[in-house]
Design a protein around this ligand. Structure first.
Ligand SMILES: Nc1nc2c(ncn2[C@@H]2O[C@H](COP(=O)(O)OP(=O)(O)OP(=O)(O)O)[C@@H](O)[C@H]2O)c(=O)[nH]1
Ligand SMILES: [Mg+2]
Length: 302
């Protein structure tokens, strides 16, 4: 029997997940963690804050930051959101660039590549949504294109949705991390509070169930989050903030049907998260053009 020459040291560090809006960054984080800490929708610009996800693997701990998608922001609100993504670049040991390989967007790719080229640290590129690609040649071409575009440790084709090659990607990330301690105990998944995630889950339902400009004009705050007197459930009060009366009408819906659906779907997921019964009371409020108001932007958590 031969002894292992070097017991491999524990590895840890920060991996910032970056990419264009809708590339599948949040889906990937949730897939790696096996839990939902970041909300997902088919609309671009779903994620608005940087969100920590702690990934535990034998011999390693990865601190992931999910970030808002990077795009050319025009106004005050969106500049603030994109800045939240860029601010997470500086702290990273590794940048994990997620690209939608099924719908390549050359402009978004170039914006991202520019950022990656100025980085000194390690870069790993995940070509996501390969479950949608039937032409193998397309994928090979993309791998070549990205390898040529910026220096990186690896280009890994994955599907965040069905899990294809996700553990291969995690192994590549661990290989690129420095030696270091476990920063969080085994049971910690995120530093986001249940209150914050509850607000996000409500916002996710608005993103998924309403259309046009409504999702983008939506912010959610939680005013109360406390166990009922008999301890049998958690009472939550939250407000959906919108910019115009017409949007309020859409979110409430005919006879209150839309608001009821948003509330029911959000409540189910919050119950799953906190493993308790929830009574969710939703309010809808209009704050005219809040996205142009620095104070409101701040108050809503951005
Ligand atoms: N088919 C397929 N769809 C995916 C995959 N990964 C993500 N999606 C879908 O892509 C859409 C966007 O996913 P998100 O995870 O919200 O994307 P994101 O990059 O976090 O987007 P922003 O937060 O807006 O920047 C959702 O409809 C996901 O279900 C994948 O591997 N395959
Ligand atoms: Mg996201």
């Amino acid at each position: 029997m031969s002894a292992t020459p070097h017991a491999s040291a524990f590895k840890s560090g920060v991996v910032t997940i970056a990419g264009a809006p809708n590339a599948g960054k949040s889906t990937l984080l949730n897939r790696i963690l096996g839990e939902k800490v970041s909300i997902i929708s088919s609309r671009p610009q779903t994620t608005r804050n940087r969100i920590l996800g702690v990934c535990h693997r034998p011999g390693a701990q990865i601190l992931f930051y999910d970030t808002p998608g990077i795009f050319a922001a025009g106004d005050r609100f969106n500049t603030r959101i994109v800045d939240a993504a860029f601010s997470a670049f500086g702290d990273a040991d590794v940048i994990l660039a997620v690209v939608d390989a099924a719908q390549p967007d050359r402009k978004a790719e170039e914006l991202l590549a520019q950022q990656l080229r100025t980085r000194k640290g390690a870069v790993i590129i995940a070509l996501n949504k390969v479950d949608l690609i039937t032409e193998k040649g397309t994928l090979l071409e993309m791998i070549r294109r990205w390898s040529a575009r910026c220096p990186c440790e690896a280009v890994v084709p994955i599907s965040a949705l069905d899990g294809t090659q996700v553990e291969t990607l995690v192994a590549a990330l661990i290989a690129a991390l420095p030696e270091g301690p476990a920063y969080f105990p085994e049971e910690t998944l995120t530093d986001a509070t249940e209150r914050f995630i509850a607000a996000e889950l409500i916002r996710e339902k608005v993103f998924r169930l309403t259309g046009e400009e409504v999702p983008y004009a939506t912010a959610v705050t939680v005013e109360a989050f406390k166990p009922s007197a008999d301890g049998k459930r958690v009472n939550i009060e939250a407000t959906i903030h919108l910019e115009r009366d017409s949007q309020k009408g859409i979110v409430i819906g005919k006879g209150g049907a839309m608001l009821k659906r948003i509330g029911t779907e959000a409540r189910r997921e919050i119950e799953q998260m906190i493993q308790a019964r929830v009574f969710l009371k939703l309010f809808v409020r209009v704050q005219k053009n809040w996205r142009r108001d620095a104070k409101a932007i701040e108050r809503f958590g951005y």
